[in-house]
Design a protein. Structure first.
Lengths: 432, 458
């Protein structure tokens, strides 16, 4: 049996799967259902100071669908909790008492007013909660009031507010970062300087989901008008992976515990984030689309995979992919691959051919002896992988390393030495 | 009528007729269409397009369904096949586009191309929106003999290309086999006529109903009075079984019966036997067998002299018959009719086998009693009725008109297509392609870009 127990900055949970601060963690009834389903923890939907915010009464969500209406991307314009602070605290207290082994983290968003932080954090601590998450990422509505991502986009404010929180609570403090920045590192460093025990990322991305071409208005549309919202769901996972990876590999931020968020839908997504250094993950959109039961796959799939790999506990594989994340300039230019088509698996759709012919390197032929037949021309193939990506059949097209002889495209002998841009003769800045 | 033969109408409760003859393949809902369209891989040089006799750009029309561009989708379809709506229903897609779909390789389940084509073309016909303009008038006039799919496809393309067309149709209704010869449950809601009304709306096509070429107007008149002639007269006679006394009560012609069935306003008035035997192995044999079951026949036996792999009807059609309770007996042929009071009361059936490539009788004959016996073993062209000149352009071996790849006959200024030509594939979609190819060639000739002499006969 593998051990899935998780520890992020001292916050413990029986598994690394938390529900992120969002509608699924808004109320006692939801959170109790989530814990009953098996979730390891929750980040309670962000509390603000009283009086509570109000939400729009029109649509709050928008989606981008696949052909069979699978939700690929999702966005929302919902604000933080619109319920009174004390109502939330009373529920948090009851739920934590009833589920002591689960992580109960409370998300907060307050203005830069020390009294508010001092009072509210004390109340949260008294609820029995295990930690605080500072919401510095919400990109819509709250940001117009100088909070959320408006703070999260300014490293000095991140540091200041983190310091403020740390000064008034003994609980671990997680700082939730916004991806609406060009470089995540200054934000993560600011949180670290402010004393953050961990960071969580990514919050949602500024987005307009779609435009209603009849109303000529952005969607979701409220009385004829729309506002940008926060983008999330499966579509944002690559962006989140990159930002988590940057924190994991950068010298100044390496070792800062990370709770990863961004389109996690199954155990594999979670394992990928953890391989890039995350200690645990938070899920929202997948639960909002399918309900809490998906945690079955998250837990079971991760455990099965760990067992098959011989990992006994999460720490055995957390961060294992971090050393493999590097700059482009360090990639081995002597590593040569060619696409290869498995003719037994090929269904003859020809998509590899037309993709390569129209848009890449004219390295696939479409016929042999007058018959429909697709074959890679090694002397033209640059190994770009486009054909692999467009092939609808798994493992039909693969990239095969050329280990011997010479590259028929360049005529150059295959070398087993590493050679990259830093030493390439075309690089005028190369060190000699 | 003989007392032994039980042939009657009103075999079913009134409401049952309508239920039995509704769409055999219901249309996709808008949601189903989008989901299904997402399965198309948008293949390069798509095998489905190659397999389609009219070469519709299938990946493009499906891509447009996915994007909600239904008009553009219908334009892709109708640009190649003006009968796209009925072909979506009657094509043996499992042998054509869907049979070629690459999805068969990996998962044995092709994209439902036929149903998607119907989705796009139905939307267009419902809107009635015109899609094609006419080129500037050429001043040329073309006669089309026969208003079935081949003739009307030719007429429409010629009208598009700027020529004026006159269609001579022997019946009092256009449509040919599409209107008169295909199972009623495949073309419901008057789709065949609605499709024709839409295609005629392009203008430049005048229609003469009740004008049989060879009887009411001669081919030589047409050649004299028009700049070009397209013959798409179909086939006249039903093939004989080659048995003695086959023109007696109790023996029926499947084509005529289906024609009556298609035009009937009240199906309960159609007389149908309790026990029915159908002889044949093509689409018409299946269509009559299934339809008499749907009219209330208790026992329907289809006799086919060869095996399932030789059948003209597709596997889908054969399974359709079997799932409707038709007893399909392979390797069986009629030896002689059983008579009672001068009427056919049954058939003596002999088993057959292929010996050295020849079909021979094997085993003891069996007697099969029936109230109705349908001949569905194909039709032949009656060239004499057409014109004396038509005899000169006959492919004597096929018994049909000889044409070249452009559908030209060896008579100057005469093209031909559809079921009456030797190249015929017995398919609506192939007939449409004949008409289209002929029109393109006629246009080329009328505009002086090519000579009009066709195939040579030796």
């Amino acid at each position: 049996m593998v051990d899935l127990s998780c520890n992020i900055a001292g916050i413990r949970s029986p598994n690394p799967f938390w529900l992120a601060s969002a509608p699924p963690t808004d109320k006692e009834v939801n959170v109790v259902r989530a814990f009953a389903a098996g979730w390891g923890g929750v980040v309670w939907k962000t509390l603000g100071d009283d009086p509570p915010v109000v939400n729009v009464n029109g649509p709050r969500y928008g989606a981008w669908w696949s052909g069979d209406r699978r939700v690929m991307g999702f966005n929302n314009i919902e604000l933080i909790s619109d319920r009174a602070f004390d109502t939330n605290i009373a529920e948090i207290t009851r739920v934590k008492a009833a589920w002591p082994d689960r992580a109960m983290v409370v998300s907060v968003m307050f203005p830069l007013d020390e009294t508010v932080w001092k009072t509210r954090l004390a109340q949260i601590e008294a609820s029995g909660a295990d930690g605080i998450e500072i919401n510095l990422g919400c990109p819509h509505g709250m940001s117009e009031r100088g909070m959320g991502s408006a703070m999260g986009q300014q490293p000095d404010l991140i540091e200041q507010v983190t310091r403020l929180a740390k000064a008034h609570t003994r609980l671990p403090v997680i700082v939730k970062l916004t991806p609406n920045v060009t470089n995540i590192l200054p934000a993560a460093l600011a949180a670290k300087r402010g004393g953050a025990d961990a960071v969580s990322l990514i919050n949602t991305i500024n987005s307009i989901m779609s435009v209603d071409l009849d109303q000529m208005a952005p969607e979701p549309t409220i009385d004829g008008k729309g506002s940008h919202g926060g983008y999330c769901g499966q579509a944002v996972k690559p962006i989140a992976l990159h930002m988590v990876g940057e924190i994991g590999r950068h010298g100044d931020t390496r070792g800062l515990p990370v709770s990863a968020i961004g389109g996690i839908t199954n155990w594999r997504d979670a394992a990928e984030f953890m391989a890039l250094g995350a200690c645990g993950v938070q899920v929202c959109t997948a639960a909002m689309v399918y309900g809490f039961k998906i945690v079955d796959d998250l837990i079971e799939g991760l455990a099965e995979w760990m067992e098959s790999k011989g990992y006994a506990r999460l720490d055995d594989f957390i961060g294992l992919a971090v050393p493999k994340l590097t700059d482009w300039k360090n990639l081995n230019l002597n590593y040569v691959t060619k696409a290869h088509i498995d003719q037994d698996l090929c269904i003859q759709c020809g998509r590899c051919y037309i993709a390569c012919e129209d848009t890449s390197h004219q390295a696939i032929s479409a016929s042999r002896n007058g018959e429909r037949h697709f074959e890679v021309k090694d002397d033209e193939c640059v190994g770009c992988n486009l054909c692999v990506e467009v092939c609808p059949v798994e493992n039909c097209l693969t990239m095969v390393q050329l280990e011997q002889g010479s590259d028929p495209r360049t005529g150059r002998a295959i070398s087993h030495e590493h050679a990259d841009w830093t030493t390439h003769p075309n690089n005028v800045l190369a060190s000699t | 009528m003989s007392e032994q033969r039980d042939v009657a109408g009103n075999r079913l409760p009134a409401h049952q007729y309508e239920e039995n003859f509704t769409d055999i393949k219901p249309p996709l809902t808008a949601h189903q269409a989008v989901v299904e369209s997402d399965r198309c891989y948008f293949c390069f040089d798509a095998p489905c397009t190659v397999a389609c006799p009219t070469h519709i750009d299938i990946p493009s029309f499906i891509y447009k369904i996915r994007s909600g561009n239904l008009t553009g989708s219908a334009r892709n379809i109708l640009a190649e096949n003006i009968f796209g709506a009925s072909c979506a229903r009657v094509c043996p897609v499992e042998d054509l586009c869907e049979g070629a779909c690459v999805r068969n390789t990996a998962e044995d389940k092709p994209v439902a191309i036929g149903l998607l084509q119907r989705h796009a073309t139905d939307a267009l016909l419902t809107s009635g929106k015109p899609l094609f303009d006419r080129a500037s008038a050429s001043g040329k006039r073309v006669a089309v003999a026969g208003g079935g799919p081949a003739g009307l496809a030719c007429a429409h393309r010629l009208a598009m290309l700027g020529h004026d067309v006159t269609v001579y149709e022997a019946r009092l209704k256009l449509g040919g086999l599409n209107e008169h010869g295909i199972a009623r449950y495949k073309l419901t809601n008057d789709i065949a006529q609605r499709e024709i009304d839409w295609l005629l709306s392009i203008g430049g096509i005048s229609v003469r109903l009740g004008q049989r070429v060879g009887v009411d107007v001669s081919l030589s008149d047409l050649r004299r009075n028009f700049d070009a002639v397209f013959l798409s007269v179909g086939l006249g006679d039903v093939n004989a079984l080659g048995l003695a006394d086959e023109n007696i009560p109790g023996v029926y012609d499947a084509v005529r019966y289906i024609e009556t069935l298609r035009q009937s306003a009240d199906l309960s008035t159609l007389h149908v036997g309790r026990r029915v035997v159908v002889i044949g192995g093509g689409m018409t044999a299946i269509d009559i067998a299934v339809q008499v079951r749907k009219l209330g026949a208790d026992e329907v036996t289809l006799l086919y002299r060869r095996g399932p792999e030789h059948m003209g009807a597709s596997d889908y059609e054969r399974e359709l018959a079997q799932s409707h309770g038709v007893n399909v007996r392979f390797w069986s042929r009629p030896r002689r009719l059983l008579l009672s009071d001068g009427e056919a009361s049954g058939v003596e059936v002999e088993r057959t086998a292929l010996v050295g490539g020849k079909l021979v009788a094997s085993g003891e004959p069996q007697r099969l009693a029936c109230d109705m016996l349908f001949k569905a073993i194909g039709q032949t062209l009656v060239p004499d009725a057409l014109d004396a000149a038509a005899r000169d352009i006959l492919d004597t071996r096929a018994g049909k008109l000889a044409v070249d790849d452009n559908r030209r006959t060896s008579l100057a200024g005469v093209w031909a297509g559809g079921d009456c030509i030797a190249l015929s594939k017995d398919l609506t979609v192939a007939a449409v392609q004949d008409g289209k190819l002929a029109a393109i060639d006629i246009d080329r000739v009328l505009r002086g870009a090519g000579d009009s002499s066709g195939v040579q006969h030796g």
